[in-house]
Design a protein around this ligand. Structure first.
Ligand SMILES: N[C@@H]1[C@@H](O)[C@H](O)[C@@H](COP(=O)(O)O)O[C@@H]1O
Length: 243
């Protein structure tokens, strides 16, 4: 794992944004795996700024997101569909029909999961996957205990994850109990992975990632076995690690 230690959230975002911009400039029809949460917001801002200033084009890019809450429709303000529209898609020239997220309102959720896996395959796999990390080591919404062999599936969200994400809802009771998430196997099949972490809240997770064992009890640990992972983390996030 290549580790880039930076001073701040802004620096992390600038670095990550530039890696994605360069990827798209070199390969205009890249398949980008995208993430939600607070962590990638600055990266998306950086991509938008560059699009406005330098006109980097996303016309031929396809994007595929990690996850979506079960039960929230596309227009729900806290859905990941809405998040992506608001924070990225509406501000660059990506074609809406080339942006994919799981449908958390599908009647048959297991069919939806199968479709999503077929879609990733049809696209030829993910070239660059952007990832955040949950305080309990989750990636996407793959909670501790999820099989490393998992494909897209429905997951029961842990109370700690619902609480951590409650800040986006008016209260914790509104946070859905389930989500559809790309599986760990699907994530690690990405050709390249960009893992971001910022702030003290992520320091225990990063020290476990960098110094602990590879175990399904800590989903992100599998990333240490991937040949092309870059971790960009700020000093606060690395404050409990020997880096
Ligand atoms: N499903 C998302 C993850 O993809 C994200 O990495 C994690 C961390 O979020 P944040 O970046 O807000 O700390 O939260 C959510 O659970």
């Amino acid at each position: 794992m290549k580790i880039i230690k930076v001073a701040s959230y802004e620096e992390m975002s600038a670095h990550a944004g530039q890696i994605i911009i360069n990827k798209v400039k070199d390969h205009p029809s890249s398949i980008l795996g995208l993430a939600t949460g607070g962590t990638p917001l600055g990266t998306y801002r950086r991509i938008i700024e560059d699009h406005e200033r330098n006109h980097t084009s996303y016309r031929d890019v396809s994007t595929i997101n990690l996850d979506e809450y079960v039960g929230l429709n596309e227009d729900h303000p806290q859905s990941y569909h809405m998040y992506m529209k608001e924070h990225l898609f509406s501000q660059i020239d990506v074609q809406p029909q080339h942006t994919y997220l799981p449908d958390g309102t599908a009647k048959d959720l297991s069919k939806e999961c199968q479709h999503y896996d077929q879609l990733i395959e049809k696209l030829g796999g993910i070239d660059l996957q952007l990832l955040g990390i949950g305080q309990n080591g989750h990636i996407g919404f793959n909670e501790p205990g999820t099989s490393f062999e998992s494909r897209t599936h429905v997951i029961d969200l842990m109370e700690s994850t619902r609480k951590a994400n409650a800040r986006y809802f008016s209260n914790v009771n509104e946070v859905p109990h389930h989500a559809i998430t790309m599986g760990i196997r699907s994530i690690v099949e990405s050709k390249e992975i960009l893992l971001l972490a910022s702030g003290k809240k992520k320091s225990s997770a990063l020290s476990r990632l960098l110094e602990g064992n590879v175990t399904e009890e800590f989903p992100a640990s599998i990333l240490t076995r991937h040949p092309q992972v870059t971790l960009i983390a700020d000093e606060a996030a690395l404050s409990k690690s020997q880096i």
